[in-house]
Design a protein around this ligand. Structure first.
Ligand code: PEP
Length: 251
């Protein structure tokens, strides 16, 4: 059986000012340092203005830094956009791409997400590519087909297990307190694993995260599901105690 290390990623979304971000990241970095060897990697993805201060604060720790988005372009006249190399310059190793809130709020489609992921790879970033169905799509029995289509469209040429992570996030479970059942997560992650064949080099080594209302109370069950290689956490990533409890539920 292929061993995949767990990745616990915190998506802070549009929350917190500098003091909040520094306090949260420093707390987590301190816990990691004190814990010694752990069976997971821990990642925080703050809003753009906090990347430099947080990056500096955690530079000598094992806590990893990521962006919540990046541009597909490398530089130039693109007001409001952030280039992948600007993320690496701030100390980022990861970038979240295609989050359902970007797909819904900014009309991002699969082709743009694939272009962003390709640009992220070129800059040396690991792209966390998000996929997931809406409640209506699940109720209509389309969940597998929707996720297959998103994977086919959002994963760029040159994707490997080393530069790409997939996050399965059912849209109806994000920020709602509803979570997919362990059985549904197991079935979808197996489906995604099979779909990665031919799209990512070394599919068996590719990490597939689950996201959607992961909390300390449900993390152990979800993280124990076959083919679940970690979590993408929103709300619970804003509290050090909760985020740490989720991470330490990994075996
Ligand atoms: C997310 O934003 O990716 C997410 C999963 O949020 P939450 O954990 O709050 O559902």
């Amino acid at each position: 059986m292929t061993e995949r290390r767990k990745l616990i990623a915190g998506n802070w979304k549009m929350n917190g000012l500098k003091a909040d971000g520094l306090a949260l990241a420093s707390d987590l970095a301190g816990r990691l340092k004190g814990a010694g060897a752990v069976p997971f990697d821990l990642l925080v993805c703050p809003p753009f203005p906090l990347l430099f201060p947080v990056g500096e604060a955690i530079a000598d720790s094992a806590l990893a830094l990521g962006g919540q988005d990046c541009a597909a372009k490398t530089s130039g006249a693109h007001t409001g956009d952030v280039a992948p190399t600007m993320l690496t310059d701030a100390g980022c190793r990861y970038v979240i791409l295609g989050h359902s809130e970007r797909r819904a709020d900014h009309g991002e489609g699969d082709a743009l997400i694939a272009a962003k992921a390709a640009a992220a790879h070129k800059a040396g970033l690991i792209a966390i590519v998000c996929v997931g169905e809406t409640e209506a799509q699940r109720d209509a029995g389309q969940a597998d087909a929707v996720v297959s289509g998103q994977l086919a469209g959002s994963i760029p040429e040159g994707a490997t297990a080393a530069n790409t992570v997939i996050a399965y996030e059912p849209v109806w479970a994000i920020g709602t307190g509803k979570t997919a059942t362990a059985g549904d997560v197991k079935a979808m992650h197996a489906h995604i694993r099979a779909e990665l064949d031919g799209k990512i080099a070394e599919p068996a080594k590719t990490q597939i995260l689950y996201g959607g209302s992961v909390k300390p109370g449900n993390a152990a069950e979800l993280m124990a599901v076959e083919n679940v290689d970690g979590a993408l956490v929103g709300g619970a990533a804003l509290k050090a105690d909760d985020f740490w409890a989720i991470a330490t539920s990994c075996r």
